[in-house]
Design a protein around this ligand. Structure first.
Ligand code: BGC
Ligand code: NOJ
Length: 815
């Protein structure tokens, strides 16, 4: 138990025991189309599909105190005013607990004998969230109190809502029916949707104008109506529409009242928009309220949230894992994070405002690697959506908007790693499902309206793009950047008001990326495996030729003596080389060359990993991105040198790339290092939360490194590729259960002292119970494989051909 909370592993919850965590600790509600961000103090906002274009509630950024908008309940008890979630009043509570669970958060606060519990969740397939609220009199006397709800509406387009007051202060409209608040800003003209905020219980008052409820010179910490103990039944017309309800309660000792608030996004579909001039058709809204006015329906909806997660997680569960951190991450929290990154890419978190980046091309492809086992059909659709934002010359829109699925023209393309990630996501999907029909699915190219080129066409286009765009060393051209968005070798930016990543391309530059070369090796090897599994030997041989050729180039051009060079800049000078004064060793080229199979036969792979250990690794922090950090701005390198040393891409511990090194160690068969490195960035293993500050249950994108003044402080939690890749590391590389084209492969790499563990894996309709035994103290190498008692050569479990749906496997490590 730390100062701030603990894992309740059986309940699959993280329990926060005091509200003033070092940073807001976030959870996500929803996993289909309606999403909410929810912190331990009920902060956050909700949106439908797209945090920019369909924002339902508001959030004020860059605020202090942080995280001051949300799903608030106020209690007015005599003269005292408080929130069960502590904020915004921050009135001292007698007890506080927030349980962040899978797709729900349950906040319970108690003061002066009254306990309020607020359970927030989004029912599967519904476009709404429910707050189930219980108010309990824990005292020995009768208590009278008023409970107020509060949300602030957003006028749906979040950027406009935040910046264009000359218009937005004059468009707000609502309707109120029996205390149910219909937020219908812009509904009279082009919108066919509205938001609804209502209580399943009769209310004693409401407000829909923020000025009336909060007061122009008050704040959310002292809203006027709550102080007065009375809502004003205001009707917003312009300005800032909000939703607030008042419920007066008289509770006997021990008495409890339970009801629910519903916050819904309603699409009118084909229904007539109006019942009468200015009167919207509320049929759908009324239907929703009717459904959930029955608390049994609320409870049933919550039960489906829980059941759905239990079902999803049952696809991969490990037991008797000797390390508790790895166990809870791989079984629960890492998979939860994979769901969030899959759904939201890098759009909406405590660090992504939901108005900037939408879905990232490379990001979303990688997110699939950790998600595909959960819901393969959704992964399939996502792959096709992503591919459709590729252009016919092979380049890709770097980001796209989830609502429209259209590429974002501001950032454009030419991030030359982008095309290759599609190969990895597609192969991961086929390994999981065996469904090669995806390769024939038409998805077309963004610049060829109506085109129906197949996914396989995209994949070959991606491979060809890398092959055809190479520089003087024969290595792939980097374009605007590769995986490291901040290594901008072609954009020499001198102006503070322009993008490092896209401004001023250097004419005719031939800057090259070794990281992309390694990624190409990986992708080509994947594709060879796929073609072979389909019996397309000629294609396999062709792509193998590309692989061999690139491998030769890497070994001839990119070995720096003790590690792989990172890149060659626009002038042809090496980046990440012993000849550099700063930035001598970079992590990404070690990682991807090793992952792509370079250095395997000549000992360089091990040397590259050892260089990482020597220059970048710290057991308590993880691996910094490069060494030494850049102390000054380098025009020829770009944004990477813009951050202060030890932060972000300038030698921060960028968790995402650490995971590739973990895989590298398992390729070396070093189970001790694989686990030790894994734990070095594992949030559950972080001991001092005042130093680490971010959520202990999900990965953060970066931790300040030894080169900064605040080593160990994490930032940018939740939406990071670390989610997917860590799940790959733990589930496939360490515990060693690997989906392959022809079946499940068992190839663990564990510390020698681990005696064994068991994994239950649902795979292509069969439930495998895989017991791994390690009685001889090995790290790697399956010596014997028994499948339902029958000995199999090698480590691949063939797919059952006799209709068995449950298979027992015993894998013994040994020489
Ligand atoms: C960040 C990167 C990020 C990029 C996105 C940079 O400022 O450091 O991590 O990928 O912005 O545009
Ligand atoms: C975060 C971005 O989302 C990702 O695309 C990029 O690879 C890393 N930053 C590293 O720059």
């Amino acid at each position: 138990m730390s100062t701030y909370g603990y894992f309740d592993d059986n309940a699959r919850e993280y329990v926060i025991t005091r509200p003033d965590t070092p940073l807001p600790w976030l959870n996500y509600l929803g996993q289909d189309e309606f999403f909410g961000l929810c912190t331990q103090t009920a902060g956050g906002y909700s949106f439908w599909k797209d945090a920019k274009l369909r924002r339902i509630t508001r959030y004020r950024y860059n605020n202090n105190p942080m995280d001051n908008d949300g799903r608030f309940l106020y209690v007015k008890q005599g003269r005292s005013v408080w929130n069960p979630g502590w904020k915004p009043t921050r009135a001292r509570l007698d007890a506080f607990e927030c349980r962040h669970g899978l797709g729900y958060s349950r906040i319970t606060g108690r003061k002066d004998g009254i306990e309020v519990e607020q359970l927030m969740f989004v029912p599967p397939q519904e476009n709404l969230e429910i707050w189930k609220v219980s108010v309990r009199n824990k005292s020995r006397r009768v208590q009278k109190l008023s409970l107020f709800s509060f949300v602030e509406f957003c006028s749906f387009e979040a950027l406009n809502d935040m910046t264009n007051y000359q218009r937005t202060y004059s468009i707000g409209e609502v309707e109120i029916e029996d205390g149910a608040i219909y937020h219908k800003t812009e509904y009279r003209e082009r919108r066919n949707h509205y938001a609804l905020f209502a209580c399943t219980r009769k209310v004693d008052g409401y407000d829909t104008s923020r000025d009336a409820f909060v007061g122009v010179h008050h704040g959310l910490h002292d809203p006027q109506a709550v102080l007065a103990g009375k809502c004003t039944n205001s009707r917003a017309y312009g300005w800032n529409p909000c939703g607030a309800h008042q419920i007066n309660l008289t509770l006997k000792p021990g008495q409890e009242e339970t009801f629910a608030f519903i916050l819904a996004y309603v699409d009118q579909g084909d229904l007539p928009k109006f019942d009468a001039p200015f009167v919207m058709n509320k049929a759908k809204g009324r239907e929703i309220l009717k459904k959930y006015s029955d608390l049994a329906a609320v409870d049933a909806a919550f039960a489906t949230v829980k059941a759905r997660w239990a079902g999803l997680l049952s696809t991969y569960q490990a037991s008797s894992v000797p390390n508790a951190h790895l166990s809870r991450m791989v079984n629960t929290w890492n998979q939860v994070q994979c769901m969030a990154t899959f759904n939201l890419s890098r759009s909406a978190s405590g660090y992504e405002t939901g108005i900037g980046r939408g879905m990232g091309y490379r990001d979303s492809n990688q997110d699939i690697l950790g998600f595909v086992h959960l819901l393969p059909d959704r992964a399939r659709q996502r792959i096709l959506d992503i591919a459709s934002t590729q252009l016919s010359d092979g380049t890709c829109y770097h980001q796209y908007q989830p609502l429209t699925k259209k590429g974002n023209a501001d950032i454009g393309g030419d991030f030359n790693d982008d095309p290759l990630w599609l190969v990895l996501s597609t192969c991961a999907y086929i390994r999981e499902t065996g469904d090669t029909t995806i390769l024939d699915a038409p998805c077309g190219y963004a610049d060829k309206p109506g085109s129906t080129d197949s996914l396989l066409h995209h994949i070959e286009t991606s491979i060809a793009y890398t092959l055809n765009n190479r520089g003087p060393h024969g290595l792939p051209l980097i374009g605007h950047a590769d995986w490291n968005d901040c290594l901008n070798l072609n954009c020499f930016s001198k102006e503070p008001n322009e993008s490092f990543q896209t401004s001023g391309d250097v004419e005719g530059s031939k800057a090259e990326s070794v990281m992309i070369a390694g990624l190409f090796l990986y992708a080509a090897r994947d594709l060879v495996g796929l073609y072979k599994s389909m019996g397309r030997d000629a294609d396999a041989a062709r792509v193998q030729g590309y692989y061999d050729d690139m491998l030769k180039t890497v070994e001839e051009q990119a070995w720096d003596g003790a590690w792989y060079t990172r890149a060659f800049d626009a002038a042809g000078n090496p980046v990440g080389s012993k000849v550099c004064e700063e930035g001598k060793v970079f992590i990404e080229s070690q990682a991807w060359c090793v992952l792509g199979g370079a250095g395997r036969d000549n000992g360089r792979a091990k040397k590259a990993l050892q260089a990482v250990e020597k220059y970048l690794y710290r057991r308590d922090l993880g691996c910094a991105l490069q060494y030494p950090p850049y102390s000054t701005y380098h025009l020829e390198l770009g944004e990477v040198s813009s951050y202060p040393p030890g932060y972000k891409e300038n030698a921060g511990v960028f968790s995402h790339n650490n995971t590739w090194i973990h895989i590298g160690w398992t390729m070396q068969g070093d189970g001790e290092r694989a686990l030790e490195y894994y734990l070095s960035i594992c949030p559950s293993a972080k001991k001092d939360h005042d130093v680490y500050r971010s959520e202990p249950y999900v990965y953060a994108q970066m931790t300040a490194s030894q080169f900064s003044p605040t080593p160990g402080e994490a930032k940018n939690s939740w939406l990071t590729g670390t989610g997917a890749w860590s799940f790959v590391v733990a589930s496939q590389s360490i515990l060693g259960v690997q989906p392959d084209f022809a079946g499940l492969r068992i190839d663990p790499c564990v510390p020698k002292k681990w005696k064994g563990f068991t994994v239950t894996r649902k795979f292509r309709g069969v439930t495998y119970t895989i017991e791994v035994k390690n009685l001889r103290g090995r790290s790697k190498g399956v010596k014997s494989l028994l499948v339902d008692g029958v000995r199999i050569e090698g480590n691949l479990i063939p797919l059952p051909t006799d209709g068995r749906t449950a298979v027992r496997v015993e894998a013994t490590l040994g020489a």
